[in-house]
Design a binder for this molecule. Sequence first.
Ligand code: PAF
Length: 285
Amino acid sequence: MRICHTSADMRAACDELRRAGRTLGLVPTMGALHAGHMSLVAAATAACDAVAASIFVNPTQFGPKEDYAAYPRTFEEDRRKLEQAGVDLLFAPVAAEMYPPGNTTFVDPGEIGGRLDGASRPGHFRGVATIVTRLFNIVQPERAYFGQKDAAQVAVLRHVVRDLNLPVELVICPIVREPDGLAMSSRNRYLSSVERERALALSRALQAAAELVRSGEESAEAILHLLRTFLARVPDVRLDYVAVVDPDSLLPVTNVSTGALIAIAAWVGTTRLIDNLLLQRHQVP
Ligand code: PAF
């Protein structure tokens, strides 16, 4: 696996692969890799001739009071996992490489960037849209792989790709869960063992919502009521939001019969976790 630290080096390495006629898949990450990330890598290696991954803890998507400094950085371990998984190229720039002095241009996704996590984390999706667009321009992948766990990020990036006519196909991979249901997240490692137990409330609340929908309930209000009462009973879990929205626009829906995204964000102790359930049109979960 070749490791590139500069944009110029990475672009040259990607150009070389493309010139050799190889389709290129990109897996953008912030490192601290877990089985969820590795499922993106597996999907990319299965569908593309060559795979590039990036590890970059992107400062512009963190708010001033968020965990940018504390975010887990486990480069050696990550490098080993990517190499073993057959990744061809790893892009690992420093912050000054992605945001050199004097850079002033950002990608602002507009209103959608202020919904769900964008409402709780002002500027977050502007940071995500900016870094992902920069990575796309450097790597120029045919396909790029993201996890459904970040459902709002997926909606924002679909808009960015559409609005800016970016020549890349977004491939969205299902949420990977621990055996007990907890959605995999790099932030799970912040949880104490008691908090880890409490954190199960998110996936269990979603399972209860799925049951309710299976039993024939279509009203978003009824689903929201169930999620709120379920989560209110769990100590040390503080709700940030529960939402039943259209998965593309992230705007609230009143009825889920034509498909919906049921999303939760909650604080477990000092750790903010998210999880969601995607109801496809006419599909019972
Ligand atoms: O999902 C993530 O890990 C990040 O938001 C991403 C897409 C790598 C951009 O920094």
